[in-house]
Design a protein. Sequence first.
Length: 183
Amino acid sequence: MTRITIFLFFFTFSAMAQITITGKVTDYQDRPYVDFPVTNGRDTVRTDSKGRYKIEAKLWDVIYFYRLEKKSQTYYDGIPYYVLKETPHQSYDAFVGFSSIHECRKGARNPDILFVLDGVPIKAKDKESFKERLRNGEFYQYVLKEDAFFSDRIRDYYAYILYVYTQDYYNEHIKDKEKSTNN
């Protein structure tokens, strides 16, 4: 009986962690994009005949709207949607534009969340496992910064930076700084 209870607890907990994102993908004249890919970085779905989509996500995922057509040398993209709250159902309508794939895109923010653990950025290859650890509550505290620079270089400009701290690091490096700025 205990095994069944434990299994049901973990199954319920993991089911609650899923977030359903729905919406419509259109151009700026409100015409729907049909069969347009929408991805959470792991799974990809396509819009229906009215441009609607439905995708499962988790906290700290980024939903991307983009397609590259090599024949026409055209790159279609929309602003990424950042899953920053744990409400089970969220809606986001994406407006997608297009440009030449040879067009310069410098100076734009990186379309992702930068995760920084105790002052060290998480490498791209470790990001998914780090997000799972974060969702599981393994860390002491975190602070989300919007429209932030990680360094002085323009390429290190992110829409969001999530600073994550272990308890030891927080107590040694952050706690006293927060006290002095609040006084």
